[in-house]
Design a protein around this ligand. Sequence first.
Ligand code: FES
Length: 165
Amino acid sequence: MIYEVGKFYNVPVAILGETYYRGFYPNSVIPLMGEQHNDIEIINVTSEHYHIDWRFVRNRNFAIATDTDYSEVIGLEHGIIIMPEHILRIETRRMKCKRDFRDYPSQIAPWFTKLQEKYAHTTAKNGRCPHKGFDMTTIKPDAEGCITCPLHGLKWNATAWKLQQ
Ligand code: FES
């Protein structure tokens, strides 16, 4: 099911613990995207983490992530991750889809070409990104019929689910 802006969906969320984290106050509700994982291979992020589903984040926090911290490059909010030690608990909440994802800034990711090479001959079966298994079927394809995985930027043809270079 493709998520539409303005509609409500049940989404996994993290309840933040007692620390202020990247613009989120203690006990904030942070929408999550995909499973907990690390990116030891290729990307070289050794710590376990979750990605934030920016489609559901409150306007205030989205503004902090996009306009204050990183004003130069569109899409850098994709790189803000949340660690399990920051999280009090994970639950499901009914939340409003406030926006679509912005473009992924793959042009500035030094590891991106290696990631593309590794997945060049795979398919995203049933819309699941073979990198970390993210379900991309809630994302509307772009004008070229492609979906960019919001976790690490691999771009897939949403019909054949082949990687687009
Ligand atoms: S999960 Fe990493 S690019 Fe899709």
